[in-house]
Design a protein around this ligand. Structure first.
Ligand code: SF4
Length: 361
């Protein structure tokens, strides 16, 4: 006897715009084809959850300037290599002789600094609350080892202030946030409780497997159907209400909040992390201040709108024509977490799918 078919369809009686905040979610939703299970009138918008994508062009230009600096070894995660700055990229600088190294952990950069103390080793600190604790540990390790040639250019950002900025923007209506599992494992549930209460918007933390995503989305839709707005956890096996207290402590020891510029969202108060003054000797912006000429985003690129859900990747005129993963124009096509890369890889680039109803309100 055959098993009865399982109906995986998601249910909601109202139209809604849901935003997946996390770039890893963007790729998982596309890879598993979950958007096709959404009820009529419910749409997913990609948000500012890819750290490489939200890093503004000026910060890329600063990293390029550092890479060109005599005696500097610049260490970075691989995703940053091909992100275009105004006139160059780290990949291009390496090709013409700069000492730019791809690392898998900031501790590798500390090892480089320890092995060759004649060179200044700078780590490109790009990432959210998932990355910042590792970078904080690298600063503490360098301090303990007495290294004077290791520093961090901190462009770290924190997710909750970006959600508030999105709710206060007037060009996109968001009815629910699918919140990132890995960031939430560090920060816990409390920041979302404050956002849900303040803006009357449901927030559900989800993991990255297909079943995690389906569960998280249905919990969001159930809240919308019931007219509720609270923070819920669909990833309890990894996310505790209080988060990872050790990671929070290490991060708070080394970093303090600061205003930060986001591609697409502008300057958001207290959304960045800078090194505290007691660790100023490990701050590349203090040790090696750089001046860059006026920065300019790639002509025609609309990543800023994609990152706040105001534009679907397929709606960018350059999508899949002038801009592809092999020849990316903007960071959302470069990064393995970028929304444009997800749409290109898992969608049909010859078929532009524009939803029937407008998503800008
Ligand atoms: Fe930018 Fe390319 Fe995406 Fe257009 S398709 S928004 S140019 S990354």
């Amino acid at each position: 006897m055959s098993e009865p078919a399982t109906d995986l369809s998601l249910r909601c009686s109202r139209p809604a715009n849901l935003m997946e905040v996390c770039g890893t979610h963007s790729h998982a939703l596309a890879r598993y084809g979950i958007k096709q299970l959404l009820p009529s009138g419910v749409r997913m918008l990609s948000g500012p959850g890819c750290p490489v994508c939200v890093t503004p062009t000026r910060d890329i230009d600063l990293l390029v300037a550092l890479a060109r600096h005599e005696g500097v070894t610049l260490c970075t995660f691989g995703d940053m290599m091909r992100v275009p700055g105004t006139r160059s990229s780290l990949s291009l600088e390496r090709a013409i002789g700069a000492d730019v190294r791809v690392v898998y952990s900031p501790m590798e950069a500390v090892e480089y600094a320890s092995a060759d103390q004649a060179r200044q080793v700078v780590f490109a600190g790009v990432g959210f609350e998932t990355t910042a604790p590792m970078v904080a540990v690298s600063v503490l390790a360098a301090a303990e080892a007495g290294l004077t040639n290791y520093s961090v250019l901190s462009a770290h950002k924190t997710v909750p202030p970006a959600l508030s900025a999105l709710m206060e923007a007037d060009d996109v209506r968001i009815d629910g946030f699918l919140c990132p599992g890995h960031v939430s494992a560090v920060i816990g549930m409390h920041p979302y409780e404050a956002i849900a209460a303040r803006y009357r918007v449901p927030c559900v933390v989800a993991g990255f497997e297909a079943t995690d995503l389906l569960l998280g989305l249905q919990m969001l839709l159930d809240q919308i159907d019931a007219g509720k707005a609270c923070a819920e956890n669909a990833y309890e096996r990894s996310v505790r209400p209080e988060g990872n207290l050790h990671a929070q402590t290490v991060m708070a020891e080394v970093f303090e909040p600061c205003d930060s510029e986001w591609r697409g969202l502008g300057r958001i108060p207290d959304s960045g992390l800078r090194l505290r003054s007691k660790y100023a000797c490990f701050d590349a912006s203090v040790r090696c201040p750089m001046v860059v000429e006026a920065s300019q985003d790639p002509p025609g690129c609309r990543c800023g709108e994609v990152l706040r859900g105001a534009l679907l990747p397929e709606e960018c005129p350059l999508f899949a024509s002038d801009c592809t993963p092999a020849a990316p124009v903007g960071p959302c096509m470069v990064s393995t977490e970028g929304a444009c890369a997800a749409a290109y890889r898992y969608g049909d680039p010859t078929e532009v799918q524009v939803p029937a109803e407008a998503h800008n309100v």
